[in-house]
Design a protein. Structure first.
Length: 663
């Protein structure tokens, strides 16, 4: 932002820098290269919900691009009171276009000069033009005001006192001379109140009179009326009457009767929480916690358009019978939800008669008495309808309509992210499942169990893998590994590694040679990712095993009737690091009744626990589970992982037991 006029610097500060992709009118005008006109708070709420929540006040706005031919230099934003006619007059449009044209020519000329204009450290605050000259005869005006029982105060846009009557000075606890030039909230600390601050913002943004009631230090109430213009605010301070207080003015009620400051605290808390929501269930829970209690909503449903039908993706408070009636209705059903999807405009019905009047064919299937049908809009595209239902007839105020519509817009953005995340998550795990073996081969002398547990949502697809390979009737190979990273590249590389190991092992190479060949393959692929791997060959006739490691965690062996122990395998380099790396092998007995455990770091590694201690704990759990079936041991070991609740890494586990010879 280069310059602004008519608003306090504190209000415009959040827009000192605006991303071109932001969901605000100024950025939309630049992106579309055309004037963006927002005539009402309701339209601002569903088109630009973030702006509506940041400035929850009645006003109209226009944003126009400053451009020369195809080059956009910037944007001009104008704000009117909400009383402005719904359409811009032709003369207004012409004036805006002319101003933008003159500005663009000035910017073009400046850009061609030796000193092109650049934004400063912050927006320049210009002096507003005055409709009429100031009255120089302050003395007579002050005398007139001092005779009134009401206090009169004038402040500029930054809140500094420019005029104060004697009565107001007494009410503020000072004298006229000492108060002039002071910030109002510094002169009277009891005005450092969220409700009063909100009303000041509402006055300067909307340019409409407003009011509130504030409590003085002695417990008395002061009725404050605010009259704004582009240069500041005039305030009228009157001691509040008892019957005035009885009507509830002191707290300036917001939506649903909740104090306005409390209501918007809930909304902003929800808006922040929505940015972290990863799925539709979390979004529904946030709405249930932060919207339904504020507005006394009885039930809600989220419907999206999918395959020419309306699909319910989330709900709260509705019976399944009601949901079943509306889930899957065609887009031509002419229901209120479908109409909102088609017209992009919210619909509010205070009672059943209002809904029936707008939709004579409607049939009531629930026990609700009032409804709000809100568009779920993302980047000017509507993806569905947000339905809120009330147990009692409910007349929607203009403020409620704007607030609900803005919250629907924020919900739509979170929903769009959640649906996209769900799609990517399903694709990623489908890919991972196809790269892992569907089943493991059967061996007469081996019992095998395996588990793969993906990381928590938001971490991405992992590169852990395992496999059991039949070499011949009396020998087998087991492999476990972990490709660095959590993305599609890691998963694809994991598939290549698993295939290469399988091919070289079946060809008859020993474990060290298999890892050496696979390492060279990864070097040739020229990937930036490294892979740890552990490969074991079993000779079931000789009852031995041969193992080689490429920087992987050591396997655990539980001999029959003995504690589990760590096999100290010589550690070679990770695959993909050095083309000349060697991988030494180690031979060990594998008697009947022994159990071998191969695992990835997701099962044992966590920042709070030493790795050696964690592996020792795993060996202890394997020892104590000696009497359990193999699949039960798998579940036991996975459930004893130190971070099972919130996993930052996926887990792969392969258990192999050498069965005693029968007969």
């Amino acid at each position: 932002m280069d310059a602004e006029v008519g608003l306090p610097a504190q209000i415009v500060k959040p827009w000192s820098r605006v991303r071109l992709t932001a969901g605000v009118p100024v950025a939309a005008a630049v992106r579309r290269r055309q004037l963006v006109w927002v005539p009402s708070p309701e339209e601002l709420a569903w088109r630009f919900p973030g702006t509506a929540l940041a400035l929850p006040y009645p006003f109209a706005a226009a944003a126009a691009p400053i451009m020369t031919d195809s080059h956009v230099w910037g944007s001009l934003v104008l704000i009117w009171p909400a009383s402005h006619p719904y359409e811009l007059a032709p003369a207004e449009r012409e004036s805006i276009e002319r101003a933008c044209g003159e500005l663009s020519e000035l910017l073009r000329q400046a850009a061609e000069s030796e000193d092109p204009p650049r934004p400063g450290d912050g927006p320049r605050v210009l002096d507003p033009a005055r409709d009429r000259p100031e009255n120089p005869d302050h003395g007579s005006a002050a005398g007139y005001l001092d005779r009134l029982r009401e206090g009169c105060v004038a402040v500029d846009l930054e809140g500094s006192i420019t005029f104060v009557s004697a009565t107001a000075a007494d009410q503020l606890g000072g004298d006229v001379t000492g108060l002039l030039g002071k910030p109002l909230w510094e002169a009277a600390s009891w005005l450092q109140d969220a409700v009063f601050e909100d009303r000041c913002r509402a006055a300067v943004v909307s340019q409409e009179p407003t009011s509130c009631v504030a409590r003085r230090p002695d417990g008395s109430e002061m009725d404050i009326k605010l009259y704004p213009d582009p240069t500041g605010i005039s305030l009228r301070l009157t001691p509040a009457l008892a019957d005035h207080l009885a009507r509830g003015h002191p707290h300036h009620p917001g939506p649903g009767g909740m104090a306005k400051a409390d209501a918007y605290y809930n909304f902003l808390h929800m808006a922040a929480a929505l940015t972290r929501a990863l799925n539709v269930r979390e979004i529904v829970e946030l709405v249930a916690d932060h919207v339904m209690p504020v507005f006394k909503v009885q039930a809600m449903a989220i419907l999206i358009a999918e395959g020419r039908r309306m699909k319910i993706v989330g709900s709260h408070g509705y019976d399944s019978e009601v949901l079943d009636r509306f889930d899957g209705l065609p887009l031509t059903s002419h229901t209120p939800a479908e109409e909102v999807l088609r017209t992009r405009e919210p619909a509010f019905f205070a009672d059943w008669d209002e809904l029936r009047q707008a939709h004579p064919e409607a049939v009531q299937h629930d026990e609700m008495a009032a409804w709000a049908f809100l568009p779920l809009t993302v980047s000017d595209e509507i993806i569905g309808t947000f339905v809120l239902a009330f147990g009692q007839p409910h007349t929607f105020t203009a403020e409620e309509r704007s607030s609900l519509t803005a919250l629907a817009g924020l919900t739509a953005q979170a929903l769009d992210r959640a649906l996209l995340y769900d799609t990517k998550d399903r694709l990623a795990h489908s890919l991972q499942e196809t790269l892992l073996p569907n089943s493991l081969p059967d061996f007469a002398d081996l019992e095998v169990a395996a588990r793969y547990v993906p990381a928590n949502r938001g971490v991405g697809i992992g590169g852990d893998f395992y496999d059991l390979i039949r070499l011949n009737d009396t020998s087998a190979a087991a492999v476990i590994g972990d490709v660095q990273g959590h993305n599609m590249t890691a998963a694809a590389l994991m598939g290549q590694v698993r295939t290469a190991i399988h091919a070289h092992a079946v060809a008859g190479a020993n474990p060290g040679e298999v890892l050496k060949h696979t390492n060279r393959l990864l070097i040739d692929v020229d990937t930036d990712l490294f892979t740890s791997c552990l490969l074991i060959h079993f000779d079931l006739q000789l009852r031995t095993l041969c193992v080689a490691s490429a920087g992987h965690l050591p396997p655990l062996l539980r001999p029959p009737n003995m504690p589990a122990e760590i096999i100290d395998v010589p550690a070679g380099l990770l695959l993909g690091v050095d083309p000349d790396a060697d991988y030494p092998t180690l031979e060990a007995p594998f008697p009947p009744g022994a159990v071998l455990a191969l695992y990835t770091d997701g099962l044992v590694e966590t920042p709070e626990i030493d790795l050696d201690v964690a592996i020792g704990d795993l060996a202890s759990h394997l020892t104590h589970a000696s009497s359990e079936p193999m699949h039960a041991i798998c579940d036991l070991l996975v459930n004893h992982a130190p971070h099972t609740g919130r996993r930052a890494d996926d887990i792969a586990l392969l258990l192999i037991e050498h069965r005693p010879a029968s007969g």
